[in-house]
Design a protein around this ligand. Sequence first.
Ligand SMILES: Cc1ncc(COP(=O)(O)O)c(C=O)c1O
Ligand SMILES: N[C@@H](CCCC[NH3+])C(=O)O
Length: 447
Amino acid sequence: MADPIDFSTPDPSVRELLATHPDLSLDAHDGLLFEQVPLETIAHHVGTPCWVMSSGTLRKRAARLLGAMEAAGLSVSAHFAVKANDHLAVLRILSECELGADVVSGGELLRARKVGIPASKIVFSGVGKTDVELRLALEERIAQINVESVEELEIISALASGMDREINIVLRVNPDVDAKTHAKITTGVAGNKFGIPYDEALPLYRRARELPGVKAVGYAVHIGSQILTVAPYRAAYARIAELVRATRAEGLAVSVVDCGGGLGICYRDEGEGSPDAWAGAIRAELGDLDVRLAIEPGRWIAAPAGVLLASVVLRKAVTGGASFLVLNAAMNDLLRPSLYDAWHGIVPLSARDAMGKPEVVSVVGPVCESGDTFAQARLLPHLQRGAHVAILDTGAYGAVMSSTYNARPLAAEVLVDGHTWSVIRPRQTVEELWGNERFPDGSEEAA
Ligand SMILES: Cc1ncc(COP(=O)(O)O)c(C=O)c1O
Ligand SMILES: N[C@@H](CCCC[NH3+])C(=O)O
């Protein structure tokens, strides 16, 4: 007899999706479990939309990544890319796993410090750090600032000298290597705003050695996100190795290479980026350089550790076409499908629903934008009004990219750990949406 949840479709079935998500399972009685917690329980008590993060998945994936580096014989300091998920509870778990932080704003820096990540384990990237943010980094004495332009180098030098400080700087190089990822998340080809053009890196390194307040210690490279093959990494690292050798040939010391992040995950059926292959690329190209190595992973650790729970508000029938399944989650919650046409698995929470007769539907949110679409022409089990679903792989670039567009309060967040769960951010109230708004006459209430 055919497996009732293994229906034939170009998209992965519920069973196939669960096979690539080991901490999600379908229990005949309790429905979809994250670790050992029935997600229906959370939907029932907390309501939807609701983000759910798994502590166990975060820990396992952090350990797996660090283990791959170690197995390759590499001593690497790992800095979690806080932009992927900046919730304090998530950062605390990852800091307990020995990860430092890669930050791109003063706010992220302070979040990392708030959970006790030592300044010595914080690196600061980004093309437009403000003076206020740079002063904060200098005051905190973070490990290094990844510099993205000559202009920024001069600003940091002036600020640091004014504060009588010296800070380690690493030049982020744009190696002009195509990461073969989505155009909106590639960062390492000429023309992207990120990094210093390859040919300008060594002259700038020379210049940095002459400037007060800054100590050039190495190079960084980050070519993009959701990278699934090792070839772009090898190409980028080979160029960095060449640069390190050329720099040393001039008698200049280089002690750090920051290999960036970008390792991709399996959203659909693309297979996930391999930590072993990534570690192999680092070892092959940079292993004999005698430098301190760093990585900045975000998505690979956090994305599969999160789901977004939503309810079916209604089914909208379309004559002669696929019905719309309108959810109570929307693009203001999860922006990735609207922004990048990203594909996310959608799985019913109830075991009975998950085994329902499949049909082709379009899954949309209620926001007034045609782009507010989670899935087009998706084969899903038949779902009725009120049914709950989990949108998978939303632990990275999910809640952090939410907005309150259409006056929709930010969704609640829950953390599961084994059999237990807790609310780590209550649902925002409508009153909180306008709590900071004032009328021009200074009053807080409409007349
Ligand atoms: C400088 C830098 N480091 C690390 C990351 C993390 O990337 P990912 O989440 O793809 O690992 C990013 C985001 O792409 C980044 O811009
Ligand atoms: N926000 C993007 C990734 C950008 C990574 C940051 N440079 C995503 O959801 O895939």
